[in-house]
Design a protein around this ligand. Structure first.
Ligand code: HEC
Ligand code: HEC
Length: 384
């Protein structure tokens, strides 16, 4: 720790430029991530994810800067020890104006608790986000390693932590304004300019600067490691999907009247039932020779939803007991498509809830990725 030397300046550069940039970039990214996470439609998930990865980079930077940044940015300068917390609270109770000591020019101990808390919660949010992405969406560096149910549980934690984060942000802003009042300095402005006015009659030294070389090397090392892990992770095939044999009969016979539905979209029992009653298939006669019926039936049962761990297979496995053969009657399907205006399904080019391909660019693969969703503009029918 540097010895106080130069009392000549009335202000002191407390927040170095990287710390200020980190702070405000984080404000923007967290606001975007929360906004997209809570309010955006499913097909903007990719944007949410990209921001999440940017936040991972930002957190890595802050961890490095907490060791090699300039004095007030270093974790060691604001460890919220019980002693410091006690002194801080007794200062508040005795209505002393802050700052009381050298470390209060930087983060006060309560602010420090918030800094560590925010880094921890944000870190946990990004980790559970990546686990969710891998398990539920079968995407990202963990797609090959996390199963659906683990991903779904991570999703619940991810969401709960997002609420915790919102509460912490509100507390953080309230704390900043309260402390600005108490210390009669604008902490917001200080985080913009980096400078804080020095209390009269006290002397503070110019704090020692950052170890930029060490910071750069560590950041490059950590970033490189993260990049390599990411790269290796995405090379592993997603665990939700299996290799499926091709079958010509299925492809030709079952795509005459509608698109070819992926076998993973219904459970085994539903396919068995459907293949046993092709002569009355949703009011149409779709009957085939006995051999072909048997072959297609065996194929569909083999690749039914039970064989997959994708999001679509897991969600659509639960069918409507009244209409066990209709994918678009299942509770998940109805819930997920309830927001879509009725007329979209009634007019061209969709025409019917069973026309998955009209909105899901990857329906044929059974993936149903969020990024492949797009609802086409309804075009009025022109009867001639
Ligand atoms: C003769 C035409 C015809 C043939 C051939 C046909 N289907 Fe269908 N299929 C229909 C009709 C009509 C519907 C009902 C469409 C709707 O209500 O949206 C339907 C609906 C379905 C559905 C439910 C879709 C949803 O909306 O959830 C599935 C699954 C399905 N068919 C599978 C098959 C399979 C498997 C085969 C091949 C063995 C097949 N179909 C062959 C006409 C046909
Ligand atoms: C009119 C367009 C449209 C049609 C037709 C349609 N979907 Fe969707 N689907 C959507 C939209 C939009 C969403 C996202 C809803 C949301 O915001 O959560 C969605 C979500 C889904 C999801 C969840 C994806 C995820 O990652 O959350 C699945 C699975 C799905 N649809 C399956 C189907 C199947 C199977 C069919 C055909 C039987 C179908 N959809 C027909 C528009 C459509």
């Amino acid at each position: 720790m540097p010895a106080p030397k130069l009392p000549s300046t009335p202000t002191l550069r407390v927040w170095d430029l990287p710390t200020r940039l980190y702070h405000w970039i984080q404000v923007v990214l967290v606001a975007l991530a929360l906004g997209l996470g809570f309010f955006a439609p499913e097909w903007l998930l990719n944007q949410h994810v990209v921001i999440g990865f940017a936040l991972v980079g930002l957190i890595l930077f802050r961890l490095v800067w907490g060791f090699f940044g300039s004095y007030y940015s270093r974790f060691s300068s604001f460890v919220p020890t019980p002693g410091r917390l006690r002194a801080h609270f007794s200062g508040i109770l005795n209505k002393q104006s802050a700052p009381a000591g050298g470390h209060e020019l930087g983060h006060n101990p309560v602010g420090a608790l918030m800094v560590f808390g925010l880094i921890f919660v944000l870190g946990a949010i990004t980790i559970t986000g990546i686990v969710t992405l891998g398990g539920v969406e079968n995407w990202g560096p963990l797609a090959g390693f996390v199963d659906f149910s683990t991903g779904d549980r991570a999703r619940a934690v991810h969401l709960a932590l997002a609420y915790v984060l919102v509460v912490m942000i509100v507390a953080h802003i309230a704390g900043v304004f309260a402390e600005s009042q108490r210390s009669r300095t604008s902490l917001v402005r200080a985080m913009v300019t980096g400078d804080k006015e020095l209390p009269k009659g006290r002397t503070f030294g110019q704090p020692d600067g950052a170890k930029k070389g060490a910071a750069l090397v560590s950041l490059a090392g950590l970033g490189g490691l993260a990049g390599v892990l990411f790269y290796l992770g995405v090379q592993v095939p997603a665990s939700g999907f299996i290799q499926m044999a091709e079958m010509d009969d299925f492809k030709s016979e079952c795509s005459d009247c509608h698109e070819l539905y992926h076998p993973s979209l219904l459970p085994e029992e539903s396919w068995t039932l459907m293949m046993a009653g092709l002569e009355d298939h949703f009011g149409e006669d779709a009957s085939l020779s006995q051999d072909t019926t048997l072959a297609i039936g065996t194929y569909l049962e083999r690749y039914a939803s039970e064989a997959w761990d994708s999001e679509a297979a897991n969600r659509l496995r639960v069918v409507d007991p009244e209409k066990p053969m209709q994918i678009s009657a299942s509770p998940f399907w109805k819930e997920n498509h309830a927001q879509i205006p009725e007329e979209v399904f009634k007019t061209r080019p969709v025409r019917g809830t069973g026309n998955c391909k009209a909105c899901h660019g990857d329906a044929e693969s059974g993936r149903f990725d969020d990024s492949k969703i797009s609802i086409p503009e309804p075009t009025p029918e022109r009867e001639s």
